[in-house]
Design a protein around this ligand. Structure first.
Ligand SMILES: Cc1cc2nc3c(=O)[nH]c(=O)nc-3n(C[C@H](O)[C@H](O)[C@H](O)COP(=O)(O)OP(=O)(O)OC[C@H]3O[C@@H](n4cnc5c(N)ncnc54)[C@H](O)[C@@H]3O)c2cc1C
Length: 508
């Protein structure tokens, strides 16, 4: 690929991005369609107390005017993809929405690995919920941890009190699963939160610093060995990004070590990396990983993790466990649903899957509880082919929108929509700079064009314009210079470093 071709692809990406941005600006500037001669009436939600609002008949066709009537109370647990999209889709419905999250921001998890590898800063991929929903007058946000539910009295129990609901939407996502070996988490952190990402960033950068100071070549090699557990999209993205740091970003920066000597290993229990893709795309992904000097050990499971090694073994037990000396292990092997699913199960007897997902009905409600919806990573929903839907952002977003539609129709006394079906617009995974695979319907893409598509789709999914712009600028700069600007070891990382050093000192 020549520089001119690359530049033209970047120009195309910029064009598409600003095209979208321009379109959205029109909406943001509130340019009334009436000005363009379109017969659409604008709705104004100015007063904070919805009881005093006279709702015009274009919002509630079934009941033309609702005066002094208590709005239906919808409580949404979780401001991730499922919860936020549900709340936003309820903007013009005559309901009182309360969104509860233990964080005050919406996190764009698909780009967490870029924070973990210094390409982006945390603020680039997180947006305050209050700012996202500032114009949505029927919605309030509570910063609190949900600890349980009282299904009988229809209340959400938080760390600080109780919040009553008429309809409940639970979208609390998922967390890392260590398959019963939770003590591995200390040495093999997963990537689920901003804290995880900055902690992993610290571990990666600190490993190179420690190797630079280490006179013993065996110990130095251990510092320069990075093991990623799990060859799904997150594992491959992480490994590809660490390879780029070692081979390009840090190339000139050390005097004792050569960062390119870093050993990168992905351990995967399945037969292939990215095993959810078709065989030809898998082969391309494997080639791309190997081109980056990443060892892909498939049919291999992790049997032990400690602060200075990981032990692996063939899945079929055909060989003894092998010890890999290393200090940086990243867990990308599996997730389980939020424990709030179990709370719901205890009270409603709804069955859970092995991964703790709630087995909801096709309208995403809990059997016998039409007032409780569960969406996103917490919900077990079967596709038309009888297979469970994957834990992906578009699944959560579509489910959030669907649930809001059901609530809108119920409030407006309209027939409930058809059961939920997922519209699969394709899936993609990136392995590193200019390398990705994508499947869109029958179309299969790989290499540079798949990567450009991956960049575009991810930028467009970021919730706030400012973040889109920041990410685009950072990526363009990074693409041209290989530089990762968020490589500082500060704040919590320092505490983490101290903790890690204490751990190591204590163990030597
Ligand atoms: C590293 C990584 C990479 C990914 N890459 C991709 C990708 O490339 N493409 C893709 O489609 N998907 C990807 N995913 C998956 C995608 O992010 C999830 O499927 C999606 O976020 C699920 O949305 P959700 O609303 O169910 O949960 P989340 O988005 O996880 O939101 C859950 C929310 O609930 C809040 N919460 C949780 N528990 C409580 C509680 N007890 N009280 C109050 N609030 C609570 C959390 O703070 C959070 O805001 C990735 C995920 C990860 C972790």
């Amino acid at each position: 690929m020549t520089f001119t071709q690359c530049s033209s692809q970047i120009a195309l990406l910029l064009l598409l991005f600003f095209g979208q941005l321009g379109g959205m600006r029109l909406a943001r500037l509130k340019l009334s369609p009436v000005k363009f001669g379109l017969p659409i009436r604008m709705n104004h939600w100015s007063a904070p107390d919805l009881n005093r609002i006279i709702i015009e008949n274009n919002i509630h066709r079934s009941s033309k005017v609702k005066l002094m009537q208590t709005p239906h109370r919808v409580v949404v647990v979780g401001g991730g993809f499922g919860g936020l999209f549900a709340a936003r889709s309820l903007k013009k419905v005559y309901v009182d929405v309360t969104l509860i999250d233990r964080r005050n921001f919406h996190l764009f998890q698909p780009l967490l690995y870029q924070v973990a590898t210094g390409a982006l800063s945390p603020a680039n991929i997180a947006a305050p919920l209050r700012s996202i929903l500032e114009r949505q007058k029927n919605t309030r946000i509570i910063l609190d941890e949900v600890v349980d539910f009282d299904v009988e009295s229809r209340e959400v129990i938080t760390a600080e009190g109780r919040v009553p609901y008429d309809t409940l939407i639970v979208a609390a996502g998922s967390q890392q699963s260590y398959f019963g070996q939770d003590h591995w988490e200390e040495f093999a952190p997963g990537l689920k939160s901003i804290e995880d990402a900055t902690s992993i960033r610290h571990r990666i950068l600190y490993a190179f610093e420690a190797a630079e100071k280490e006179p013993d070549p065996v110990k130095r090699e251990a510092w320069l060995t990075f093991v990623v557990v799990g060859a799904g999209p997150t594992g491959c993205e992480m490994a590809g990004a660490i390879a780029e740091i070692a081979h390009h970003t840090l190339k000139q920066e050390f005097r004792t070590i050569n960062p390119a000597d870093a050993k990168l290993i992905i351990v995967e229990a399945a037969a292939d990396p990215l095993s959810m893709y078709p065989a030809d795309l898998i082969a391309k992904a494997r080639k791309s990983l190997e081109k980056r000097d990443i060892q892909v050990r498939t049919n291999t499971k992790v049997v032990d993790v400690e602060h200075d090694y990981v032990e692996v073994q063939p899945v079929d037990g055909s060989a003894d466990p092998e010890r890999i000396d290393c200090h940086t292990v990243i867990w990308a092997a599996g997730v389980k649903a939020s424990p709030l699913g179990e709370m719901l199960s205890i009270q409603t007897a709804v069955p859970l899957t092995r991964g703790g997902k709630v087995e909801v009905q096709q309208d995403l409600t809990i059997p016998g509880h039409p007032e409780i919806f569960v969406v996103g990573d917490m919900a077990q929903v079967l596709n038309r082919d009888g297979k469970p839907l994957p834990g992906l952002a578009p699944v959560a977003m579509q489910q959030g929108n669907y649930v809001a539609n059901v609530i809108r129709n119920r409030v407006n006394e309209k027939p409930v929509p058809a059961p939920f079906t997922y519209k699969d617009r394709g899936s993609m995974a990136t392995i590193g700079r200019a390398s990705a695979i994508a499947q869109i319907g029958r179309w299969k893409l790989s290499g540079f064009f798949a990567w450009i598509l991956w960049l575009f789709v991810h930028i467009m999914q970021i919730v706030q314009f400012e973040n889109r712009l920041l990410v685009l600028v950072q990526w363009s700069w990074h693409y041209l210079t290989f530089n990762r600007s968020a490589r500082l070891i500060t704040g919590t990382e320092e505490q983490h470093e101290k903790k890690l050093e204490e751990e190591l000192v204590g163990r030597h």
